[in-house]
Design a protein. Structure first.
Length: 262
């Protein structure tokens, strides 16, 4: 039934590992596609454009080579998320141009779904902590190595440690090499996140801080973190949807600024 409704616009979240694309209809994400970013090439984007002719696309990309491909294929129908775009919330940040599009989309979603201050913990190739202050401004964050990156590097840089499938450890320390790596990865990563969230709360000078998680290993890691209130798997796409609705449905009175790609 949803397929029969025309898409108002598309959203695309291009990360270093995966690209997610969805159509937006009546305020909902539909027809979600997930593809390895390395496989997002011109033929794929041309087929996407053919499937959704004359439909605008809101792009959040942290991969410049793929940004160029989207610009080439979607041309004048592309709306690019960046630090100089009219986002609908302030940026309390020295150099807005260096803020990743995914982090801006996460901030837009955080302000839409929760009362600030809010931290989005985004588990990707890197794990980002995207912070919205009590005044509703994106004010900074933390960037840490992603969980897959850490465990893969451990395997690649040692002679005897195996590559391990991440899973919940059964005890507080390992009684095999695989179990020891899992304990270090999962329990150790939880400890890092707990400590960073506490540091963020103190830096903001607040007693209460809402933290929410998204991204690849979010559900596994935050299972043992009661300070994280929940997991939203497609939060970044939701942020792109929220920004797209501000820009496209309809134009905002008195604000004709456009993030359209040049």
């Amino acid at each position: 039934m949803g397929e029969s409704l025309p898409a108002i616009f598309l959203v695309a979240d291009v990360s270093n590992s995966f690209t997610k694309i969805a159509a937006v209809r009546k305020g909902r994400l539909c027809e979600l596609q997930r593809k390895a970013t390395a496989d997002v090439d011109e033929p794929y984007l041309l087929s996407l454009a053919a499937r959704y002719p004359s439909v605008p696309l809101v792009l959040g990309s942290v991969v410049p080579s793929r940004t160029s491909l989207f610009r080439s294929v979607f041309a004048k129908s592309l709306f690019l998320v960046h630090g100089r775009a009219p986002l609908g919330f302030p940026l309390d940040y020295p150099n807005p141009a260096e803020i990743g599009a995914d982090r801006l989309a996460n901030a837009a979603a955080a302000l839409h779904f929760w009362h600030p201050p809010v931290v989005v913990v985004d588990f990707g190739t890197a794990t980002n902590f995207d912070i919205v202050s009590a005044s509703g401004a994106f004010c900074g964050g933390v960037i840490a190595p992603g969980l897959d990156l850490m465990t893969r590097y451990l395997h690649e840089r040692t002679a005897l440690l195996p590559k391990v499938r991440l899973a919940e450890p059964n005890r507080g320390f390992g009684r095999s090499t695989v179990e020891a790596i899992r304990v270090g990865a999962i329990h150790g990563y939880r400890g890092m996140i707990h400590g960073l969230l506490e540091g963020i709360r103190k830096e903001l000078g607040v007693n209460r801080l809402t933290a929410v998680a998204t991204g690849g290993h979010a559900a596994l890691v935050v299972r043992g973190l009661p300070e994280v209130c929940g997991v939203r798997p497609n939060l970044t796409l939701q942020g792109l949807r929220i920004l797209g609705e501000r820009w496209l449905i309809p134009p905002r009175p008195g604000n004709r600024a456009s993030p359209r790609s040049r």
